[in-house]
Design a protein around this ligand. Structure first.
Ligand code: HEC
Ligand code: HEC
Ligand code: HEC
Ligand code: HEC
Ligand code: HEC
Ligand code: HEC
Ligand code: HEC
Ligand code: HEC
Ligand code: HEC
Ligand code: HEC
Length: 337
């Protein structure tokens, strides 16, 4: 692990940490999920049938039958991304039956017009509703971390966020609609939204960025559903690429603990969004004057500043005036330049 390059080291570290944290269980779950849905997730396979006692005995009648009574929905649906299902361009076995791919077979309902005879995905159990959606969407890259996501664990269903019929063009909340998306996330995460009201934060309240610039709402292999960029790097590097390295002289916590060791990306009282108001308090949390453990363990956490550092003198209080390359340096072991 020590000889691995920065990126590989991070990768190994992440996986090692997760294995220790019990990932095998998640893995088994993942394997189980994919095993049970694999035949369904293939290009030509059917998604899991939405299940309900009511619809169980019904037959498929086709979307045009639904049109006769649900004209408005049917018309609007022609601009929905799922219209390609009706057209047979994707998921061929559902050609002409797109409505029923989510609502289940509709012959009984078409006769009775009773609500009880048709499935409404937003009204059934989240696990059941999700199984149906995942019948077609499981094999997509965005969903791979789902088994670990806080949303999957807490019954936040696909349809809690995706409103299939309400949006005409695209039911996915895209980047162009950052403000709308933020308010949706904020509706369930008010305390996180409050953090964005601090003086120094990313420009979410201004609608310039959104939660999904940093999080994958479907889950991720990084903790807290933090989005990944190029492989398993933290999503921060998508925009702050100059912090990526690999550097000749790494500042260890940047590589090993990640950006969150020093920054509060949701907002902070420090202009550089640090976890502490003053820079030195942050540094001294790790570089404090703690007793050195005996060899062969080196000098503990981050080592202590050498004696030339008179911490009472204002000159030494803003550590980053000298240690400028705090994220890693190409030339200075002491991160000075
Ligand atoms: C003969 C007319 C008719 C046809 C055909 C029809 N529906 Fe309906 N549907 C209705 C009516 C009326 C309601 C409202 C029932 C109520 O409010 O009690 C309804 C309600 C619904 C609901 C809401 C259920 C709920 O729990 O809120 C869904 C979903 C639905 N229909 C889907 C479909 C689909 C899919 C098809 C095609 C397979 C279809 N309908 C065909 C008349 C029809
Ligand atoms: C991708 C899955 C999906 C497809 C395809 C789909 N629906 Fe829906 N439908 C939903 C969901 C989810 C809801 C719950 C409300 C929402 O999220 O918009 C819903 C709600 C409804 C309702 C109830 C609306 C209400 O106001 O209560 C009707 C009626 C309906 N759909 C008819 C249709 C018809 C007709 C088609 C085909 C033209 C269709 N649906 C295709 C997922 C789907
Ligand atoms: C019959 C298969 C099928 C089912 C079931 C299905 N989808 Fe889809 N979905 C598709 C296809 C095909 C597209 C078109 C996307 C594309 O072009 O790749 C799509 C598109 C989408 C998009 C927009 C993607 C984009 O790139 O803009 C969202 C969001 C979505 N589906 C969510 C859902 C949800 C939520 C459910 C469950 C209520 C669901 N889907 C059920 C096949 C399905
Ligand atoms: C319907 C309510 C709801 C909505 C909408 C919602 N969340 Fe969540 N979210 C939850 C719940 C419940 C949890 C699990 C409890 C917790 O960790 O607070 C959670 C957890 C999380 C976590 C912790 C992740 C983890 O895997 O442990 C993140 C990050 C998150 N949500 C981001 C988002 C983002 C981004 C959006 C908007 C796209 C969003 N949430 C929308 C309810 C919601
Ligand atoms: C917490 C809210 C939330 C939940 C729960 C959620 N999604 Fe999404 N989904 C989003 C957002 C936000 C986007 C837009 C992401 C972006 O623009 O980067 C999205 C995008 C998508 C897309 C578009 C293509 C892609 O992969 O980015 C599909 C397909 C999709 N979701 C399907 C699903 C399915 C299926 C489920 C349930 C298993 C689900 N989503 C659950 C919020 C959610
Ligand atoms: C600039 C990147 C960034 C943005 C934008 C962002 N987050 Fe986060 N968020 C993070 C990081 C990094 C963590 C993980 C911190 C850690 O490791 O403890 C996190 C943690 C979380 C958590 C779990 C920890 C907690 O505080 O409960 C939730 C929930 C969450 N974010 C929700 C959101 C929501 C909702 C939004 C949009 C309003 C959002 N985030 C926007 C980077 C971001
Ligand atoms: C979508 C792009 C994007 C992502 C992803 C992103 N940032 Fe930023 N970040 C920005 C922009 C743009 C600014 C400048 C904001 C401003 O001027 O108000 C910024 C500013 C900052 C600053 C303050 C810089 C300064 O000079 O004021 C820090 C610290 C920071 N980001 C850390 C992070 C961390 C940590 C993450 C990951 C959790 C992250 N960012 C993810 C775009 C991003
Ligand atoms: C060991 C603590 C630490 C870690 C870990 C860390 N940073 Fe920083 N970061 C700082 C300090 C301290 C500053 C302020 C430097 C100054 O005072 O000029 C800073 C400043 C920044 C800035 C704004 C100034 C600049 O250099 O552009 C950005 C952007 C930033 N960090 C992003 C990140 C990202 C992305 C990560 C994760 C890859 C990260 N940081 C990890 C301590 C850290
Ligand atoms: C999360 C803990 C942590 C924080 C916070 C932290 N460091 Fe470090 N730092 C370390 C570790 C661990 C090392 C590696 C020590 C080693 O290799 O023995 C290190 C190494 C260094 C080195 C290089 C020492 C050498 O000879 O290799 C300097 C200089 C340094 N840190 C300065 C700072 C400054 C200035 C800050 C505040 C902006 C800071 N650190 C914040 C943990 C931290
Ligand atoms: C006036 C400039 C200056 C300031 C301010 C400063 N340092 Fe240093 N620091 C140095 C120099 C010079 C070295 C020696 C670098 C070398 O050996 O390459 C050093 C070395 C270090 C080392 C490495 C010790 C080792 O074992 O090699 C650490 C850790 C460190 N400083 C932490 C801090 C912390 C924490 C602060 C803020 C409280 C701070 N420094 C403020 C100039 C400064």
């Amino acid at each position: 692990m020590r000889v691995a390059s920065g990126r590989t080291a991070r990768l190994i570290y992440t996986w090692e940490a997760r294995l220790r944290a019990g990932l095998p269980f998640a893995f088994i779950a993942l394997a189980a999920v994919s095993a049970s849905t694999l035949p369904l997730a293939g290009a030509e396979a059917a998604p899991a049938k939405p299940e309900s006692k009511a619809a169980a005995k019904a037959e498929y009648v086709g979307s045009e039958t639904c049109q006769t009574c649900h004209e408005d929905i049917f018309k609007a649906f022609q601009k929905n991304p799922h219209a390609v299902v009706d057209a047979g361009k994707r998921k061929k076995q559902w050609e002409g039956k797109a409505c029923e791919s989510c609502h289940g077979p509709g012959s009984k309902h078409a006769e009775s017009t009773e609500k009880a005879d048709i499935i409404q995905p937003a009204k059934i159990r989240p696990a059941e509703a999700d199984r149906n959606c995942l019948g077609c969407h499981l094999n997509q890259v965005t969903q791979v971390g789902r088994v670990q996501s806080g949303h999957a664990h807490n019954q936040v269903a696909c349809v809690s966020c995706h409103s299939i019929h309400a949006q005409k063009e695209n039911p996915a909340a895209g980047r162009s609609r950052a403000a709308e998306l933020n308010s949706q996330c904020a509706s369930c995460h008010p305390s996180v939204w409050a953090q964005f009201q601090r003086p120094y934060k990313h420009k979410l309240p201004e609608g310039m960025m959104s939660c999904v610039d940093c999080h994958n709402p479907h889950g991720s292999f990084l903790p807290k559903s933090v989005a990944m960029s190029t492989g398993n790097e933290p999503g921060c590097l998508k925009c702050h690429g100059n912090k990526r390295g690999p550097f000749t002289f790494d500042h260890v916590p940047v590589q090993m603990e990640g950006c969150g060791a020093c920054h509060l990306p949701h907002g902070s009282a420090n202009p550089k969004m640090l976890t502490r108001h003053e820079v030195r308090n942050l540094c001294l949390e790790c570089h404090s004057n703690v007793a050195r453990p005996a060899a062969p363990v080196s000098n503990g956490l981050g080592g202590i500043p050498p004696a030339i550092h008179d911490l009472r003198s204002p000159r030494y209080q803003n550590c980053t005036t000298c240690h400028q390359k705090i994220h890693g340096s190409y030339v200075s072991r002491g991160l000075l330049r």
